[in-house]
Each structure stands twice: as C-alpha cells, then as structure tokens.
Design a protein around this ligand. Structure first.
Ligand code: 6PG
Length: 467
C-alpha cells in the first residue's frame, strides 16, 4: 500500500472539503473520522477522487498509513477535543511529525499546545483557514503558524490547494506557534466590522429611506463593480435580492434579527484591549451582535424609550459608498494595529504586507482594498501607520466628509451605527494632535495623586490641589 502524504482527521464540512481539495490536486490523502460510519459515504461521494483517498477506521492504522515525517490535519473542535486528540495521537508519532489544528482556535491554546508538543520533539501547527466550505474545497486562504520544519512539509500541499491571487498562493507561514491562529482571529474581527458596516447602511436605507431590500441589493451590486468590490459586498447584494421559497418575500424580511457568534471577533476585541489597544470598529461589531441577541429587551424598550429623532437628510449613494470605504479602511487599519501589537508582544515578526496579500483571495474579507493595503505596507508608512500611507490617506481625506454625513443622518434618524461611529471616533482621535487627556490626567492626579507631565518641563508633577 502507498503511504499517504497527508492525513485528514475529521470529515465534517471543512475537513471533507479540504481532503477532496488535496485529492483533486493529486495528493495521496489518508482520511478518518471519530464516527466511523461517516467514512464510507464520504469515500462514495468522492467519485473518481477516491483513488487518491485511503480511509482508516482507527487512529493507529491511520497514523501508520502516513509517510514519515508525518503530517496530520485535524479538523475537529479546537477546544477540549483537540487536547484529547493530542494526548491520544502523540504516543503514535515519531520525531519530526507535525500535527495541524485547522480550526478557529484561541491562539493562547495553540501556544500552549505547541510548547507541549515541542517537549516531545513533535511539531504543532495552528492554521487559520478562511473561505467557508466552498473555499476549503476550491481554494481557501490559509494562515500558518508553526516551525520552519513544519512549513517545509506543508508548503507544497497548502500552496497547491490554496486560493491564488494572480498566481500568488494565498497560504503562507506567518510565524511560530500561535501566529497563524492569531492572524485568523483578527481576520474574523475585521470580518465582523465589515459585515456590521454593511448592515448599518442597509438599516439606514431600510428604516430612514424606506428602500426595499431589492433596491439596497442593487446598490450593493453596483458597489461590487468598483473600489468596494469584495466578497462581503457581493454576498450582501445577493442575499438582499433573494426570495424566501415559502412566502415569496425577500428572504431578509423573514430572518430574525439576532446574530450568532462563535467567538473569534470577541477574541480580537479582548486581545486588543489586553495589548493596550482598542479596535473600536471591531469592538462595536462584537457589541452589536451581542445587543442583537437581546431581542426581548429591545421589543419591550421600543415602546418605553423615546427616540426624539429629527428628519434625516438621506445621504446620496456616493456618500454611502465613500462612508463605507472609509469605515472599511479604518476597520482594517485597527485590525493591523492589533496584529502589530501582538507581533511585538510575542516576537512573531509578522509581515503585514504578506498578510494583506494572502487575504486577497479565498478568504471572507477578500476585497479590492486589500490590493491597496498590501501595496501600502510595502512602501514606507509614516509612524508605521497604515492610515498615513499616501494611497490610503488620500481615500480617507476624500471620503471622511461622507462618513460624517452618513453618521449624522443615522444619528438624526435614530438608526444605530456603532461601527461607523466607532470608526469615526477613532479617526478623529488619531488625527487630533491635542486631545482631552490632559483633563483625564488632572482628574487622576486630583483623586489619586497619580501625577502628570507638563508641556513646558520634564518630570512628574502634581496640581495645586495637592498644596
Ligand atoms: C472564515 C469565517 C469562518 C466562520 C467563523 C465566523 O474566515 O471562513 O470567518 O471561520 O464564518 O466561524 O463565525 P461567527 O460569525 O459565528 O463568529
């Protein structure tokens, strides 16, 4: 029997799609699954790709079916099951073997697991995979964290099966241990902000301008032909124009306005705060999902709390597009700042240009903007800030008035726009040389004798309230 080049454990949606993608690219893949009755239907449905797939009913024979040094991709929940799997599989492995967690793991777990595996001379890779089922089957974006040794093993397979942006594979080794999973986490944080930004414009047009879902969908469809071209704008245009098969009404009219979340967006916000940062647009998007789930409270509150709105000037289509572009840039910029802070903290030396490049195809946030962002990171950035790169600041300087008009219109109409207003608040904070923190420092000194710096002398001082 030919030994397989890679093993895939876990034949759920993502694991199956990745295994088929590998087989489709000519790799010999060993597969197995905890519930063994999933295996036969998977092989049966693989059609002529089955020739590149070998299935096993137990972990031990699965491991023995792999060429050494072995590579095993685990597509199982990245929580307790991953820890249990490490325990079960480690004794079966040999020095130099690599196991990969391809789920949305918390990067702290990935760092811990990498250290644990390294003690046994085994390699642990934390790999972020973006693009959903279709991406996994036809070309995902993959963010790899792990050792150089593992990357040498994985590179030919991952770069073959990944999405390509003008022939450039959207899969790369980004750093050691948790780097790949962290980059994926921030990808999802940016994803949340982008999704919520689109949802805010939808709500403004729906409730303040009485636009139909189809009309909003058509607007987004038009955006997708220009600088806002992106997967998320494209699918938003599609969902707004889709009809419910039961009632014939627009599908968005029958979907309950309560958003789920699995945790990655929240982790981005949490880690940003831990790193002394604030990704206000990302935090706002996480918060908006949390508030969305409080449906009952909102229903009760609607009749109890007044809006006191005034007639809003409905923004022009050009203003809406420019406002969304500025919001999108600020959300991305905040994500990259979180990446920079983590890279410094954990010594990852993350290459921001490369990250932007591997997000240009395959992943959920793929967009035309990421071309500009990857180019901007290749040039010199004033203060290292993406928002100060010439090409980016030109878009911001042109569109910021539009964002103000859109946020003002939403505020007048009582439409919540937490991501757009959070992004705008950050923009105004970061572009203002003299802020209001002198007041905060005075307050801190008054109640806690924390001291402050003076504008005209070095040293630590107290105010007159301390005699
Ligand atoms: C992707 C997606 C994918 C998934 C997340 C987000 O990049 O392919 O981000 O990983 O959609 O699980 O899910 P939540 O919205 O449930 O947090």
């Amino acid at each position: 029997m030919d030994l397989a080049q890679i093993g895939v454990y876990g034949l759920g949606t993502m694991g199956s799609a990745l295994a088929l993608n590998m087989a489709d690219h000519g790799f010999k893949v060993a597969v197995t699954n905890r519930e063994i009755d999933w295996i036969k239907p998977f092989i049966d449905e693989a059609g002529n790709l089955a020739k590149n797939l070998t299935s096993f009913d137990d972990l031990e024979s699965f491991v023995l079916g792999l060429a050494k040094p072995r590579v095993i991709l685990f597509m199982i929940p990245s929580t307790k099951p991953m820890d249990m799997m490490i325990k079960a599989v480690s004794p079966l492995l040999d020095e130099g073997d690599t196991i990969i967690d391809g789920g949305n793991a918390n990067f702290h777990d990935t760092r811990r697991r990498s250290a644990l595996m390294a003690e046994q001379n085994l390699h642990f890779v934390g790999m972020g995979v973006s693009g959903g089922e279709n991406g996994a089957r036809n070309g995902p974006s993959m963010m790899v964290g792990g050792s150089d040794h593992s990357w040498t093993q994985l590179k030919p397979i991952l770069q073959a099966i990944s999405a390509k942006h003008q022939n450039d594979p959207c899969a790369d080794h980004l750093g050691p241990d948790g780097a790949g999973h962290f980059v994926k986490t921030v990808h999802n944080g940016i994803e949340y902000a982008d999704m919520q930004g689109i949802a805010e414009i939808y709500m403004l047009l729906r409730d303040a301008a009485n636009w139909s879902p189809e009309k909003i969908g058509k607007l987004f469809e038009g955006w997708n032909d220009g600088p806002l071209a992106s997967y998320l704008v494209e699918i938003s245009a599609a969902v707004l124009q889709a009809k419910d098969s039961i009632t014939g009404n627009p599908i968005t009219e029958i979907i309950v306005d309560q958003a789920g979340q699995k945790g990655t967006g929240r982790w981005t916000a949490i880690e940003a705060l831990k790193l002394g940062q604030s990704g206000s647009a990302i935090e706002a998007a996480v918060g908006a999902r949390a508030w969305s789930s409080e449906k009952q409270t909102r229903e009760v509150a609607q009749s109890m709390l007044k809006a006191q709105t005034s007639a809003a000037n409905i923004p022009t289509n050009d203003d809406l597009a420019a406002a969304f572009m500025v919001t999108r840039i600020l959300g991305h910029a905040q994500g990259f700042r979180v990446l920079k802070a983590a890279s410094d903290e954990y010594d990852w030396s993350l290459d921001m240009a490369r990250i932007a490049e591997i997000w240009r195809a395959g992943c959920i946030i793929r967009s035309a903007l990421l071309d500009d962002i990857s180019e901007a990171f290749q040039g010199s950035l004033p203060q290292g800030e993406l928002i100060l790169a010439p090409v980016i600041r030109e878009i911001l300087n042109t569109g910021i008035g539009s964002l103000r008009r859109v946020v003002s219109a939403a505020i007048s109409a009582g439409i919540p726009v937490p991501v757009m207003s959070g992004a705008l608040a950050w923009y105004d904070s970061i572009r203002t040389a003299r802020g209001a923190a002198n007041m905060i420092q005075a307050q801190r000194d008054f109640f806690g004798a924390h001291g402050f710096k003076r504008v005209d002398q070095d040293g630590n001082f107290h105010g007159p309230w301390w005699g």
